[in-house]
Design a binder for this molecule. Sequence first.
Ligand code: ADP
Ligand code: ADP
Length: 226
Amino acid sequence: SAGLELRDVVKHYRAGTELVRAVDGVSLALAPGEVVALYGPSGAGKTTLLQLAAGLLAPDAGEVLFDGRPVPTSGERHDRLRHEVSVILQATHLAPRESALDNASVRLLATGRSFREARRLARPWLERVGLEERADQPAGQLSMGERQRVAIARALASDPRLLLADEPTAALDSARSREILQLLVDVGHHHRIPVLLVTHDPAAVDVVDRAHTLRDGSLLDGVDAT
Ligand code: ADP
Ligand code: ADP
């Protein structure tokens, strides 16, 4: 089926003699254009789940499928999928000496576009995250919130077929946070791509299509505040 599908996915970590059940049998499907928020306390397995969905980690059991095909994991990640899956990670890596615009252009360059063309396509995304006036500034001189928004522009500029974001609004104030959440939702809906957002923001539940809570590696429906 089309979209992202996790089937009975399990991921354990070995910590010394202990086995941590980070993701403990999760099944989850996101149709094209469906935007899902994932809540849960620290240590619940949210980041692990996102990395599994991205193919950055291989599951110990179960399957991760995109458009019905297994998502290749790190070692074997095909170029095609690397360009089609956009991941906004928490520890955003930007090149500090490069401008905000060049950082936002990087994924487009990787698909073979010229500098000029990559910048032309990335600029409107920088505007949509409210950074048009920062375009020429080195990323290292931006605030954390601005860096996070550059990473979001970079992810969206490459026209991904799947968008995965780990607390994309964590460094933003609540007004800006709402704007960015709405942008991610709009992109999911208009471009018909599945969007999975890990978040702590209680406002997210009002704009997404569906919310789940991960607790001790297990998925629950809705937002569970307990
Ligand atoms: P969350 O994103 O919800 O905070 P994580 O996916 O980061 O949760 O972590 C889930 C569990 O797995 C936690 O108990 C965490 O300590 C453990 N864990 C995460 N990464 C590793 C790792 N590389 N090695 C060992 N344990 C890990
Ligand atoms: P945000 O709301 O995006 O987190 P801040 O209030 O942290 O923004 O920063 C306000 C302004 O100060 C930003 O426009 C940014 O350019 C500048 N600034 C913040 N931190 C730094 C820094 N470490 N170095 C240079 N400029 C900074």
